[in-house]
Design a protein around this ligand. Structure first.
Ligand code: ATP
Length: 259
């Protein structure tokens, strides 16, 4: 059964139809990649789902509730978490304190309580860090962590909200190939363990083809293809918008390997 049903979603900026009536669904336990060339409408779509942009048209039905018109915080309260392109943690706090802050917030407590609440749900926070392989670094300040480790902490923070849906905007941007694979393998593990859905945008085709269960492809605001990675790889419409006629993902990959 679908967890989220997007129908005829649209958004214009002045005369530009950034997203032009797209429809797709997302099921629980599914990693769905949103791809497309620059300016295709990925960020606009993503930001309509998380509430940062209000759709002009259409509907986003999530777990039976309409998201269009809700504020980001209200959407978050419906168990929709997100991670950011630029890793965002509080550098002056330790790893475990960052997760404790997220638990405070998920429990509707005020941040001003924090001074009195340094022990707040420490064990639960450590449990979340365990799930992302960061328990051993719990008491280190976030400021000293390697970038890949910050991304893991971010995942633990996102899990504090017990998400049914996790939104990831270019999760592997700025990472080396090995780190990318580690992060996506971890994401896949969390998806399986929690039966959580993930919607992610991604420029790295290697990541998308290796980890997405399904993909949707946008071009100039329209949804031009939808399917499993092998179906998308062979779709001539997709090849066309990415590379112009005559080129393929395989050829692109080979030319990168040679370079
Ligand atoms: N705030 C805005 N004001 C005006 N035009 C915008 C705004 N945001 C996006 N656009 C336009 O909407 C279209 C879709 O942009 P969007 O950022 O959603 O694409 P994208 O697929 O995320 O691109 P990229 O991969 O380059 O990030 C583009 O033509 C863009 O210039």
């Amino acid at each position: 059964m679908s967890l989220m049903q997007v129908s005829n979603l649209g958004k214009s900026f002045g005369g530009v139809k950034a997203v032009d009536g797209i429809s797709f669904e997302l099921r629980a336990g599914e990693l769905l990649a949103l791809i497309g060339p620059n300016g295709a409408g990925k960020s606009t779509t993503f930001n309509m789902v998380n509430g940062q942009l209000k759709a002009d048209a259409g509907s986003i039905l999530f777990d039976g509730k309409e998201l269009v018109g809700l504020k980001p915080r209200e959407i978050w309260r419906l168990s929709v978490s997100r991670t950011f392109q630029i890793a965002e943690t509080f550098a002056s706090l330790t790893v475990v304190e960052n997760v404790q802050m997220a638990l405070l917030s998920a429990d509707h407590r005020l941040f001003s309580m924090w001074r009195k609440a340094a022990a707040y749900k420490r064990d639960e926070a450590l449990g979340l860090l365990e799930q992302v392989g960061m328990a051993a670094q719990a008491d280190r300040p976030c400021s000293v962590l390697a970038y890949g480790d910050v991304k893991r902490v971010e995942l633990a923070i996102a899990m504090a909200n017990k998400p049914k849906l996790l939104l990831m905007d270019e999760p592997t941007a700025g990472m080396a190939p090995r780190e990318r694979n580690d992060l996506m393998a971890l994401t896949k593990k969390l998806v399986t363990e929690r039966n959580m859905a993930v919607l992610f945008t991604e420029h790295s085709m290697d990541v998308v083809f290796a980890y997405a269960d399904r993909m949707i492809v946008l071009a100039r605001g329209r949804l031009i293809a939808e399917g499993k990675p092998h179906e998308i790889r062979d779709d001539p419409k997709v090849q066309e918008v990415y590379f112009g006629s005559g080129k393929t993902f395989e050829k692109l990959k080979k030319s990168r390997e040679v370079a």
